[in-house]
Design a protein around this ligand. Sequence first.
Ligand code: ADP
Ligand code: MG
Length: 260
Amino acid sequence: MTAPLLEVRGLTKRFGGVLALDGFDLTLPEGQIRGLIGPNGAGKSTLFNVVTGALPPDGGEIRLAGRPVNGLRPHALVRLGMVRTFQKIHPFRGMSVLESAMVGCHAASRAGLLSAVLRPPRAAREEARIRERASLALEFVGLGAREAEPAEALPLGLQRLLQLACALATGARLLLLDEAASGLTTPETERLAELLLAVRTRGKTIVLVEHDMSLVMRVSDLVTVLNFGRKLAEASPAEVRRHPEVIRAYLGGGGRGAGG
Ligand code: ADP
Ligand code: MG
């Protein structure tokens, strides 16, 4: 039996008096799209921050493909195949679309700064390979024709796609996408849904944090519901829609529940 791609046991994270994660468990097999939903403040972004090594947990265990990864830094985890995007978009100032996607690859590259200095020919080959990977990722998300444009000049919808391209360009097999469709128009969200399904077809695994329920329900194989840092439910999209506690905590309540 192979280990799940990501396994989280008893994950706990405290901010002062707030228990953002309260003994959270997650088992994620390879090749799935997992929807992760829950009200604002439920702990979704904190989960990403802790799992990707941006913040240390106060308790619990994280395994990537069976390997304990507690304490590893984000760049090390990117090299091991896990990458995340951010709820807030921070375009790289002064960089082109292509350069931005290349920065994503550099994080995953074995040729660090030192080898770039000491082994110029190898570093040049690495650079060419990174450029190629970044280009392919941009083409995949439909930004191929805009490589030379300044990244910060792209409209929000295309910035989101650039974020996805940056993550894909690392070659990671596990993508954690935080509010991936936030700010997108309906046609842009539709396009994102198709891209996510195409990413899954390529064998990658996605955790999708998203408030747009129709997107989550359409692409997810399984949906995990977080509330107060705990797992409230985990089921198929159809079952989650009917789950009484989920409706009470999140989907119902008229209006604000699924809002941003
Ligand atoms: P979600 O992404 O589900 O909306 P978050 O993970 O951002 O929720 O937040 C979970 C809880 O942790 C909230 O109460 C939030 O205010 C708190 N929190 C998150 N990050 C921090 C932080 N860096 N410092 C203090 N409190 C935080
Ligand atoms: Mg969040």
